[in-house]
Design a binder for this molecule. Structure first.
Ligand code: ADP
Ligand code: MG
Length: 462
């Protein structure tokens, strides 16, 4: 997937308002009825239809008229909402090349004003296991908001919360910078996934460090659950950093022992195969921890002195609740452990050229070329993208006043005002009549005419 952030620069305030309105509608609708979008967005001068058409053209929305006329966000639309928020918050100012395609994520370089390069992970839960999402819906039948948007947001929140907590406890993880929607910004690790490393100076030391991490995690009440050569980064000094935390569970999980043993087994297997290590002679002192081992040298889960409650106490503080944990666990269970990342090692990974970045000056004129990536194309994306294209000439800050105005428009305020419109529409639907909130005379000129009774039925379920 090419994250064509060029488009982002040309989107207007109204474009983002309508895009956010669709996002809000998706809390309760897989496909948001056009009328509802119009009512939530409630543009001052009308014209929701035109805006929707523009968003559709740029593949930020998907149109569906199979049951009624409506729209849903595409991954790209959701990406843009998160990126805009991050840019407005001053987290970064430019998006660079894609550096990783995970099982259920895309990772890009981003840069801030001073040139610091970081990593942005966009979660895509349900991408490789869409069928799993569908079948697992049963678990959460009562939740109408159970969809990829919700899951990806939960995954990002969980990853951010864990990364922060682990960092505070001295674990070698990226520095968690910020999180919004399905997007996590973290420090860029100067290294390569272990799967790409063919030789090590000190494989025994690296092995001990890694096994020691699994044990230390358990001592802190946690199991990674996807601890393998794809999720361990290693730099030129053979320093280890662990990544990828959405699937972590507590040691009190009913399958904790199995997950722990599986994490350990992955590492033993990989080091045995890749570095021809035999484990019988391993010392029984794994990275300083005093843990019993079985006859094959594997640390025994039951002998680890564990501090349970790490999850509940520390993670709840960062906004990730027990309920969030339960929801995401239900989805992830069974999917963990089969990381099949096709990431490719690129030697230039760490020596980022800032020229390869696209600065994001939002709210500018129409681009000459439109984004023509197929949404479905995301699913087969395995190659790394080169840096994004440069700035079109003469299009920077052409309308400074409007830029500033746009930057000033606080996300929270927009959400607040749209939420108000959503409540009004909901109240109107409950009263069984058309909403009075709309200030526009929006007419859907494109698709089939909306089925009001159906929409109102849906609205009444809010
Ligand atoms: P997934 O959950 O989809 O497996 P990961 O978090 O494992 O995603 O990331 C996928 C790949 O992206 C990693 O294997 C690594 O190559 C790259 N990557 C992820 N985070 C970082 C980071 N902070 N710095 C550098 N590269 C990263
Ligand atoms: Mg991974």
């Amino acid at each position: 997937m090419k994250l064509d952030v060029d488009v982002l620069r040309y989107l207007s305030k109204d474009d983002f308002r309508v895009l956010t309105a669709v996002e809000m509608g998706m809390r309760n609708h897989e496909i948001v009825p056009s009328d509802l979008i119009d009512r939530i967005a409630s543009l001052k001068h009308g014209g929701t239809y035109k805006v929707l058409k523009n968003l559709l053209k740029h593949k930020l929305l998907h149109h569906d008229s199979s049951k009624y006329d409506g729209f849903r966000l595409t991954y790209l639309g959701y990406d843009f909402l998160a990126i805009k928020t991050m840019v407005n918050r001053g987290v970064f100012t430019a998006v660079g090349r894609q550096i990783g395609v995970g099982k259920e994520s895309d990772i890009f370089e981003v840069a801030c004003e001073d040139g610091t390069v970081m990593a942005m992970k966009l979660h895509r839960l349900g991408r490789t296991s869409f069928r799993a999402v569908k079948s697992k819906r049963d678990y959460l039948r009562h939740r109408s908001s159970y969809n990829w948007l919700y899951l990806s947001r939960l995954a990002a929140l969980k990853e951010f919360a864990f990364m922060k907590a682990l960092e505070e406890h001295g674990f070698p993880v990226p520095n968690a910078v910020d999180c919004n929607r399905h997007c996590v910004v973290m420090s860029l690790i100067q290294g390569y996934p272990l799967v790409q490393v063919k030789q090590l100076q000190n494989p025994e030391t690296v092995f001990d460090t890694i096994i020691g991490l699994v044990v230390r995690l358990a001592e802190h009440g946690l199991i990674h659950c996807d601890f393998n050569e794809f999720n361990i980064m290693i730099d030129d000094d053979e320093k280890v950093t662990m990544i990828d935390f959405p699937q972590m569970v507590s040691v009190s999980h009913r399958n904790a022992q199995m997950y722990f043993d599986r994490d350990i087994e992955c590492i033993f297997k990989f080091f045995g195969k890749r570095f021809n290590m035999s484990f019988e002679e391993q010392s029984d002192d794994i990275d300083g921890s005093e843990v019993d081992e079985d006859e094959s040298g594997r640390p025994s889960f039951s002998s680890i002195a564990k501090t349970a409650g790490f999850l509940d106490k520390e993670l709840a503080a960062s906004g990730f609740t027990r309920k969030d944990q339960d929801d995401i666990e239900k989805f992830i269970e069974g999917n963990a452990g089969d990381d099949v990342s096709d990431d490719e090692h690129e030697s230039g990974l760490c020596q980022t050229n800032i020229k390869g970045f696209d600065s994001l000056h939002l709210d500018q004129k129409e681009p000459t070329s439109s984004c023509n990536e197929e949404e479905q194309g995301y699913e087969n994306q395995h190659s790394l993208e080169a840096g994004l294209t440069g700035n079109p000439e003469g299009q920077n800050s052409s309308n400074e006043e409007e830029d500033n105005q746009n930057a000033d428009e606080n996300d929270a305020e927009l959400m607040k005002s749209l939420a108000k419109q959503r409540r009004r529409a909901m109240a109107a639907a409950r009263r069984g009549r058309k909403s009075v909130a709309s200030r526009n005379s929006y007419k859907d000129k494109g698709g089939k005419s909306s089925n009001n009774s159906k929409i109102q039925k849906q609205l009444s379920s809010w």
